[in-house]
Design a protein around this ligand. Sequence first.
Ligand code: MN
Length: 300
Amino acid sequence: MTTTTTLRPVDRVVTAHRQEEGGGFVVRRPFPTAGADHFDPFLLLDELGPVEYGPGEAIGAPQHPHRGFETVTYMLHGAMEHRDSTGGVGVIRPGAVQWMTAGSGIIHSEMPTDDMTRRGGLNHGFQIWVNLPAADKMTAPRYQGFEAEEFTRVALPGGGMLRVLAGTIAGHAGPVETSIPITYGHATLAPGDAVEWEVADGETALAHVFDGAADVSGTSARSGQLVVHERSSGVVRVSVPADGEGAEILLLGGRPIDEPIARHGPFVMNTREEIVQAVDDFNAGRLGSIPAVGSGVSRP
Ligand code: MN
């Protein structure tokens, strides 16, 4: 029996460029750029590295605020230490995810661990920003942390692997609780592997190739290319031919929020007035502060 699958049409392919962020942090960023501000509900996609740090070279993001959306950090190599104004402290290790809902406001730092700073090493990961609907923008801040083994992992016939972090791909659901329907997957395709992802009609569907080359819903894409599908219907299919080299792909899907977006640096709200309020609240210290290292903890 043969079945016919309708592929989701591709709207455009966005090629990311490597750039240095403040402090020399190397990122590869498909969006936002001048030509692609956001793909509702996704506000930003940054590939952190890959970069091989020498001893003393590792760089991070010292304390800074966020309000009105979620930051999602997924590490593949290296480690990032997180501290925040709610007292949260954690290390995001390879394969782990921190899904942080900034909501009404949080101040956090995202820094290399002491060990990474001292010894150096390979650092590679992703950070995406997911918008929140107006009704959830001022929700209490929280974060969900998951270690690599908590994610659904599906072995593919050619030797590759699909990891589902959030939502459902190929019938496999991930553990993250999201405010609106969001799908986040990571496919490692070996030659001959394919994954079919049934995206709900009308939802945004992005496939970001970050290593190798793949066929994405009938369009060829290589490392650094984000394939943006139409918000129509049909499945997203990513594959690598049997004589191909393999590929690493992030799959990102979500229900569009379709509300006005006012963004200013680390704040993403609906109106300019709400941005002014966010800046005022931050300047007045109303987003809190990160507790001093070791406070409240007795050390030997
Ligand atoms: Mn941040």
